[in-house]
Design a protein around this ligand. Structure first.
Ligand code: LLP
Length: 410
């Protein structure tokens, strides 16, 4: 979203035009930002055989998935439905990786039957996998190096010792025993530490830990570093420079490959890095209210449509697209949910009135995909702007959508 001539626009389309045409609340995604982030990511890793698998849990809109397919990415999936959506838009099954956690083994069987790459994160499923497939289906294992990931939020930090994710390093002997017992073909090692990682060090430390382990497996084709890279959301916190990360990781990776005796592929599963900055949630100020000493801006949205501020204390930059340059005042921006529902507390914003368009930025990742119908409100429509044209890529929910699966008994 750019501010030009006192007007916010996305690829030349004004925010108020979008609001007029599609209504608010509205999620809007800018393809050029996705493209720019993907290019930047690839430039960072230009010296390695990089495979980008878009973590589509971040934004599971099939038009976005198809756009990324056209840009040559694969897909990281976490459920059978994500695999199905990937297949529907044209991803080859073997360009998709299935990284579920705590699922019944039957889901893994279904994914194998569809031809999707399997990533297993516990000994129980690895044993079942061995029993069923032996070495006939190569498998990747997800490890938990138990290094503090130092993301800025414990809710998305998964490498600590109590975390449910991955096979901990003290279980490597068990993995090797299963490999020997069933003749497993372990062709990949995966780590994903957390989301919102602010420093390259975390990846480098993870890499060092995992390369030592990787030397013990002879049939590897790739190492998968997961996702987790923070994007710049204007909160003043550090952001990883992917060029720098690529440079540092390449040094470690090259020396590992030399020791290993083969050049492996390097996989990444970025979600937020690709789509986070590309999305905005356009809302309308429907109420100005003063309570106690607080000036409230009430918008026609809520945490049912963007839960990140309430769930993680996440920062989303907010702008008044109707009056970008008004005099600054302190506001608490709230939604319409029947409980505390702050998007921002005591935030300096241009003077805002009822009817103004209020936009929450960097809402592309884990915005719509975590939205719900709480309070029986409709989830917003989604618009994707590609090549200067706005496309409706998901309709707003309707009353029929809300009640579709309800069965009223007497
Ligand atoms: N790979 C795996 C195995 C993952 O679990 C995730 C995210 C990713 C890749 C992509 O991570 P990303 O690059 O998007 O950080 N709802 C939270 C974030 C949860 C991330 C879940 N796993 C939020 O809104 O911040």
């Amino acid at each position: 979203m750019k501010l030009e001539n006192n007007t916010y626009n996305i690829q030349g389309i004004k925010i108020d035009e979008l609001a007029r045409e599609f209504g608010t609340p509205l999620y809007v995604y800018d393809a050029s930002v996705i493209q720019e982030h993907l290019d930047r990511f690839r430039a960072g890793f230009s010296s390695v055989d990089l495979k980008v698998k878009y973590a589509c849990k971040a934004l599971t809109n099939m038009s976005i998935m198809k756009y990324l397919l056209k840009q040559g990415t694969g897909l990281d999936t976490v459920s059978l439905a994500e695999i199905q959506m990937g297949m529907t838009v044209g991803f080859e099954p073997n360009d998709m990786v299935f990284t579920p956690n705590c699922v019944d083994f039957s889901e893994i069987i279904e994914a194998v039957e569809l031809g999707v790459k399997i990533n297993i994160e516990n000994l129980s499923n690895l044993e079942k996998f061995g029993k069923k497939y032996g070495g006939s289906v190569p498998v990747c294992i997800r490890l938990n190096p138990q290094i503090a990931a130092q993301s800025n939020n414990e809710k998305v930090d998964w490498w600590h010792k109590q975390s449910k994710f991955g096979i901990s390093l003290d279980q490597i002997e068990n993995v090797k025993a299963l490999e020997a017992k069933y003749g497993l073909t372990i062709d990949g090692i995966h780590i994903h530490s957390s989301s919102v990682i602010m420093s390259p060090e975390i990846f480098i430390n993870g890499a060092k830990a995992v390369f030592d382990i990787a030397m013990q497996f002879e049939q590897l084709d790739f190492i998968d570093f997961g996702g987790g890279i923070k994007v710049d959301v204007g909160d003043g916190n550090e952001v990883i420079d992917v060029l720098e990360l690529g440079k540092q990781l390449d040094v470690e990776f090259s020396s590992f490959c030399k020791k290993y005796g083969r050049r492996l592929q390097l996989w990444f599963e970025p979600g937020r890095f690709l789509v986070g900055n590309a999305g905005s949630l356009i809302t309308t100020c429907v109420l100005r209210k003063r309570n106690g000493g607080t000036e409230f801006i009430g918008v026609d949205s809520g945490f049912n449509q963007l839960i990140r501020p309430m769930m993680y204390g996440a920062y989303h930059e907010i702008v008044n697209a109707s009056k970008p340059n008004g005099s600054q005042q302190k506001y608490t921006v709230v939604g319409n949910i029947c409980e505390i529902d702050n998007f921002a507390v005591d935030r300096m914003l241009p003077e805002t009135q009822e009817g103004d368009l209020v936009v929450l930025k960097s809402a592309g990742a884990y915005g719509y995909s975590m939205a719900s119908n709480y309070n029986s409100r409709f989830r917003p429509a989604e618009v994707f702007i590609v090549g200067g044209e706005a496309h409706l890529v998901r309709k707003r929910d309707s009353y029929e959508d809300l009640v579709r699966n309800q069965i009223v008994i007497d």
